[in-house]
Design a protein around this ligand. Structure first.
Ligand code: AMP
Length: 185
């Protein structure tokens, strides 16, 4: 059975940066559903076509599509040693879909990235100057933060009830935050 570690937190909290570093260090797969969807958009698949406007507007891609994409990804060879989920689950339905495959994958921990609203807006707009991401814009950022509060933040309680949550302060130096997270693996 492979371990999954979920990185849960608002956009701009640094999940992707930390997931990339930790995954390399611990030989875990780094699964970013946002990166996967952006690849679908740039390679022009049917899923990419459906997802493009939603991504640009900062809205969520329908659960069924993301769940199917994720489950297929988890079956790859590189997930055998474990995987970090960066940006999934984002809704209750997605969380429940993960519970359904708990015979193959065990959620070891849910790391919750804590950062205040102003910091997140600042980081996303700063990232937008170089990321080339069509959703790192003033128009999208507020939608993304609202969607997070409404659809994703309730998962903190869902996983707290399962005793899986570890909260970390995601404001500060990248290396200090890395050390905090690394100690949890
Ligand atoms: P991210 O790179 O994690 O910030 O994701 C960028 C965008 O991809 C989000 O704003 C959503 O439009 C879409 N997305 C990524 N992960 C998911 C997910 N688990 N469920 C629905 N939409 C997602």
């Amino acid at each position: 059975m492979s371990n999954l570690v979920i990185f849960l937190g608002p956009p701009g909290a640094g999940k992707g940066t930390q997931a990339a570093k930790i995954a390399k260090e611990k030989n875990f797969a780094h699964i970013s559903t946002g990166d996967m969807l952006r690849e679908h958009v740039s390679s022009g698949t049917e899923l990419g076509y459906t997802a493009k406007t939603l991504l640009d507007e900062g809205k969520l891609v329908p659960d069924s599509l993301v769940i199917e994409m994720l489950i297929e990804r988890l079956n790859s060879e590189d997930c055998k040693n474990g995987a970090i989920l960066d940006g999934f689950p984002r809704t209750l339905a997605q969380a429940e879909s993960l519970d359904k495959i708990s015979n193959q994958f065990k959620i070891a921990k849910v790391i919750v990235f804590d950062a205040n609203h102003e910091e997140l807006v600042k980081r996303i707009l700063h990232r937008g100057e170089t990321s080339g991401r069509s959703d790192d814009t003033e128009e999208s950022v507020n939608v993304r933060l609202e969607v997070y509060e409404k659809d994703t933040a309730p998962l903190i309680e869902y996983y707290t009830k399962k005793n899986l949550v570890v909260k970390i302060n995601a404001v500060g130096e990248v290396d200090n935050i890395y050390n905090l997270i690394s100690g949890e693996f």
